[in-house]
Design a protein around this ligand. Structure first.
Ligand code: IMP
Ligand code: MG
Length: 173
């Protein structure tokens, strides 16, 4: 597989985003909410680059569609367990693609009445956007290629690759 982003490039972006979050929430605390399972590796590295009082939580969603794209039907599988009212929430997502998942999650978090709600996405594929949603912190804008590694999967495989690679076979479905 062709490497799109090396582990060193990823580490550099994660460090930069950590600094941005540290700067933006200086003197406050944050709740990092990872979207399972893809954001696990990003969250664990990002958390160590944030010099603030930080706690973790996790949320899980399922989107119906083909293996390589969500179809608009997003369902909550697991909610957070932390009370988020008046908290600074940073949602940590592996990739922002069509935006349908984050549109659903943004609405979901609004109902928790956080003090601030920010989105950190390691990757962004702006050319595929169907819903008007943008991340506040972005690692890399990438072309319309299906990528795996560093938490990202194809049919649950490849999440443990240290680099982000382009999965060839067939492209987007
Ligand atoms: P969205 O709702 O289309 O923005 O999709 C977001 C979700 O789709 C991500 O959390 C990923 O699980 C999945 N996804 C989108 N593009 C890719 C990719 O290139 N590789 C792996 N998963 C992807
Ligand atoms: Mg995912």
């Amino acid at each position: 597989m062709e490497t799109l982003l090396t582990r060193q490039e990823i580490a550099g972006a994660v460090e930069r985003i950590g600094k941005e979050i540290t700067r933006d929430f200086q003197g406050e605390s944050v709740v990092l909410v990872g979207v399972l399972k893809g954001a696990c590796l990003f969250l664990s590295d990002l958390a160590r680059q944030i010099e603030l009082n930080a706690t973790f939580d996790f949320i899980a969603v399922r989107s119906y569609g083909t293996k390589k794209a969500s179809a608009g039907e997003v369902q909550l599988i697991k909610d957070v367990t932390t009370p988020l009212r008046d908290q600074n929430v940073v949602l940590v997502e592996d990739i922002l693609d069509t935006g349908l998942t984050l549109t659903f999650l943004r609405k979901h978090f609004d109902a928790h009445h956080p003090r601030a709600f920010k989105i950190a996405a390691l990757l962004d594929k702006p050319s595929r956007r169907l819903a008007a949603v943008e991340a506040d912190y972005v690692g890399f804008r990438i072309p319309d290629k299906f990528v795996v590694g560093y938490g990202l999967d194809h049919a649950e495989r490849f999440r443990n690759l240290p680099d982000i690679c382009i999965l060839e076979e067939g492209g987007q479905e």
